[in-house]
Design a protein around this ligand. Structure first.
Ligand SMILES: NC(=O)c1ccc[n+]([C@@H]2O[C@H](COP(=O)([O-])OP(=O)(O)OC[C@H]3O[C@@H](n4cnc5c(N)ncnc54)[C@H](OP(=O)(O)O)[C@@H]3O)[C@@H](O)[C@H]2O)c1
Length: 323
């Protein structure tokens, strides 16, 4: 079984975070497929899983972990690191704790290792629709929502708390009022979207960065994949005898960032874990640092509306452009 290094988070009381996580966002959701993939991942050595109330994969993830314990693949739930996230319709101070309790109910767990604010966007409390309706956006109460997140940690229901899709601007606002600083900021990051400004800022503030869409995502926009189709990465992969995916994941790891990668295929899950016993050369790193930059994941049009007045929300708060 692959041996995976761990990262100690600088805020909260979570167990160390394994340096690669398995993503579980896949639409439409097929619970049995998610469950089987998570079980296969545990068997191969994954101990870090990423879900969100918005993905509807909390339940199958929790079932798979319970099954992994029953089968003796792990001794207890404490051997895995589980992240879930608060959706925008719940980003209101009084809805944070009930939302986490609902996630825990879905997961059949007593705590999550990490609870994140999914986006710095607040929508009127209502069942989520995609894309959201422009008139449903409301101002984000950074102070009130973060206080409620801190309460989740104080109660032990989340061992650590953090954010996702936050820019330096959002983090400035949050840190100005936070008693507990966010442990993690989970953002899109990969060789084609390197997030240098944000990473430098997070390193200075002790906020660990986790990289979603480390392989360029699931091509929701149909625009191709700037990571998997990269010639630079293909050349490096060939020279090292690795796959393009492994080069991308290894590069992220070498930047001190934790990739959250989704695969539901046993072969590719195994491949994605095999990145810890070799290294990129200085020349590889230089070439990757010169890779053209292109943000891959577009939330506008899919999660949030393209048209109309998305009241109080600056588009740069959604598809972060901060290179
Ligand atoms: N916080 C946020 O707002 C946010 C946003 C997006 C994603 N996320 C999280 O991050 C996770 C990962 O991001 P993502 O799903 O967008 O994209 P990703 O992990 O970059 O890419 C996933 C795609 O790559 C394929 N793949 C995986 N390993 C591969 C390999 N070794 N070789 C070739 N193809 C491979 C997968 O297909 P197969 O399954 O067929 O292998 C899947 O289609 C999500 O599942 C979710 O948990 C968070």
């Amino acid at each position: 079984m692959a041996s995976v290094p761990e990262v100690t988070l600088r805020s909260g009381n979570a167990r160390p975070m394994p340096a690669i996580g398995m993503g579980t966002a896949k639409f439409p959701v097929v619970p049995e497929t998610t469950r089987d993939a998570v079980l296969a991942a545990v068997e191969l050595g994954f101990r870090h899983f990423d879900t969100a109330s918005m993905y509807s994969t909390e339940k199958p993830l929790g079932e798979a972990i319970a099954e992994a314990v029953r089968r003796g693949l792990v001794a207890s739930r404490g051997e895995v690191f589980v992240t879930s996230k608060l959706w925008c319709t719940q980003c209101h101070p009084h809805l944070v704790l009930p939302s986490l309790r609902e996630s825990l109910q879905n997961l059949q767990m007593e705590y999550v290792d990490l609870y994140l604010i999914h986006w710095p966007i607040s929508l009127k409390p209502a069942p989520p629709v995609f894309p959201a309706k422009p008139e449903d956006a409301v101002p984000f109460d950074f102070e009130g929502v973060w206080r409620a997140m801190e309460e989740c940690q104080r109660l032990g229901l989340a061992k650590a708390i953090g954010v996702s899709n936050f820019t330096t601007k959002h983090l400035d606002k949050l840190l100005a009022t936070a008693t507990v600083p966010p442990a993690v900021n989970q953002v899109e990051m990969n060789p084609a979207w390197q997030q240098r400004t944000l990473r430098k800022y997070c390193a200075e503030k002790g906020i660990h960065v986790a990289a979603y869409s480390p392989l360029g995502g699931q091509n929701w926009t149909g625009e191709g994949n700037a990571v998997m189709d990269s010639e630079v990465l293909a050349e490096i992969a060939q020279a090292r005898g690795k796959s393009v995916a492994q080069v991308a994941l290894r590069w992220i790891y070498e930047q001190g960032v934790t990739p959250i990668v989704k695969s539901f295929s046993k072969e590719r899950l195994k491949e994605n874990l095999e990145i810890f016993d070799w290294a990129l050369t200085d020349d590889d790193l230089l070439k990757i640092s010169q890779n053209p930059q292109k943000k891959v994941v577009k939330a506008i049009g899919i999660l949030f509306p393209t048209e109309g007045e998305f009241t109080s929300v600056d588009p740069s708060d959604i598809d972060i452009v901060e290179e």
